[in-house]
Design a binder for this molecule. Structure first.
Ligand code: ADP
Ligand code: GLC
Length: 481
């Protein structure tokens, strides 16, 4: 089976969050299920620079306001189709924002172009390779489903995966002629969303199937509390919505072979792990104290991630004799709060503001516990990495966090099944209680090591999720064909 995956990010070429990890890891996992994936992505400078032996398959002198090429290339084991349109993508900054941190003013055009190209490929632009299914990721790819429906030509099946309902891609109605959709598309039953053009809305309205990245989030988004304005539409298509848990690339994230950590270990050699704790404490300017419970965070520093709850809980964490290491970047007021917490508590709170892939690996290998106090979390990947590295996740019981961590309640502990600590609702009081509970568990060495072993025995790979995706795609292809 041939599948086109369409996204705005792909690890290791271009990443701002977990979306890139998923888009980068799924193709290899699906290959084992007999699905050949080609990934369509924009030709940002970082992507163009990484391509070897690129071959132009198609050229267009005027594609959304400038010349464009569709280029086939392999990079880092990925089979890529790259939309090389310098007027849209050859810019410094990240995929969505310029160096000033503001959204690119033409994002509506940039991602309509990506989606238009995906639809063209679905309609046979490349005669040697016509996908049976197109897999759309988030709003940046979502318009593909609308193009295919409004064009009314023979088309492949489509599935859209929601990685985060908070990012919806809304643009002014005046854009409609420029993106090449007919006037009748601008209706409640089409792509209109509260007076704007809704890109994600288009995907949710027209894709054949809708998935999100955990079963619990798939249920949550049907409610007004988590639906972010889409719960009505999603309830109307409820039978087509499902949740498939994310995995992590278990070659890249393997404590037994990881070259980015200080000491390698596995489930049978957890005693070798503490060398990583020491290295982590050094890296974050913390006191080199093997017995102090060490909590860590690696995250975007945003409201979604509950980072303000964490700031409020710092005094309780310190009163419990613990240390805190934070790696991340995000909203200025959270960054400032962390900086002053580190300044006020030298040796006990350390933060590194920025993006550091190697730092993330050392953090998972060295920390005792990983805090994820998210207000909502479609899946979350850092708690999966934590499990694999024997770091105990302390998580809010929402979305994918509730599906992936087994709380250390008395029954789970007695059964040897507990892998972490959950709390709810996401508030600083509940987070503080969870921190105290975690420290108590940590102080009981036998219990803690039992949890570490159970955590490391958890299968967080793509093997099982890939089977679910394969089944979904085959179902879609059978219907479309
Ligand atoms: P989200 O996509 O909502 O940000 P996820 O948990 O799904 O959250 O994915 C986040 C990914 O980004 C993980 O792979 C995590 O390790 C990585 N990450 C986040 N912040 C940083 C950082 N400052 N440095 C390195 N990696 C980071
Ligand atoms: C989003 C979500 C996160 C999820 C990731 C990959 O960024 O916030 O929960 O793990 O996408 O699916």
């Amino acid at each position: 089976m041939q599948l086109l995956s369409v996204a705005s990010e792909i690890f290791p070429l271009i990443k701002t969050g977990g979306l890139a990890d998923v888009v980068g890891a799924l193709p290899a996992a699906l290959a084992l299920e007999g699905i050949n994936v080609r990934s369509l992505i924009p030709g940002y400078p970082g992507v163009m620079g990484a391509l070897d032996a690129a071959e132009a398959l198609h050229q267009d002198a005027d594609f959304f306001g400038g010349p464009a090429r569709l280029v086939a290339a392999n990079a880092m084991g990925l089979e890529l189709l790259v939309l090389d349109a310098p007027h849209l993508y050859a810019r410094k900054g990240n995929p969505y924002t310029g160096p000033d941190g503001k959204d690119w003013p033409d994002n509506g055009i940039r991602f309509a172009a990506l989606s238009r190209m995906a639809a063209n490929i679905g309609q046979g632009l490349l005669p040697d390779w016509v996908p049976e299914v197109i897999h759309l990721h988030d709003w940046q790819a979502a318009l593909t489903a609308a193009y295919l429906v409004y064009d009314g030509k023979a088309r492949p099946g489509t599935a859209i995966t929601i990685h985060n309902l908070a990012f919806q891609g809304q643009f002014p109605p005046a854009l409609l002629p420029q993106i090449g959709l007919p006037p009748q598309a601008m209706s409640l039953d089409g792509i209109e969303y509260y007076g704007s053009i809704g890109y994600l809305k288009a995907g949710l309205r027209f894709a054949d199937r809708i998935t999100t990245v955990s079963p619990t989030y798939a249920g949550e988004i049907l409610s007004p509390e988590f639906g972010m304005g889409f719960d009505g539409l999603l309830r109307g298509r409820e039978g087509l919505v499902s949740g498939i848990l994310n995995g992590v690339d278990d070659l890249q994230w393997n404590p037994a072979t990881d070259r980015l950590i200080a000491a390698r270990f596995d489930r049978t050699s957890i005693q070798d792990r503490p060398a990583n704790k020491l290295a982590l404490q050094q890296r974050f300017g913390l006191n080199p104290d093997a017995r102090a419970p060490l909590f860590a965070v690696v995250s975007r520093l945003t409201w979604q991630k509950g980072m303000d709850l964490l700031l409020a809980a710092v005094p309780v964490l310190l009163a419990a004799g613990a240390q805190l290491a934070v790696l991340g970047s995000g909203e200025p007021w959270i960054e400032a709060g962390l900086r002053s917490a580190a300044f006020a508590n030298p040796g006990r709170v350390g933060c590194i503001l920025g993006y550091d892939e190697a730092g993330a690996h050392l953090l998972q290998a060295g920390t005792d516990a990983l805090l994820v106090p998210s207000r909502f979390e479609p899946c979350g990947l850092t708690q999966l990495c934590a499990l694999r590295y024997g770091a105990i996740p302390v998580v809010a019981r929402v979305g994918g966090l509730s599906d992936t961590v087994i709380d250390a309640n008395p029954m789970a502990l007695a059964a040897g099944a507990a892998t972490g600590v959950q709390f709810q609702p996401p508030s600083s009081a509940m987070l503080e209680a969870a921190i105290r509970r975690t420290v108590a568990l940590y102080r009981n060495e036998a219990v803690w090591q039992g949890m570490q072993r159970a955590a490391m025995a958890t299968d967080v790979s793509w093997r099982i999720p890939a089977k679910h995706y394969a089944e979904l795609f085959r179902g879609i292809a059978a219907k479309a064909g």
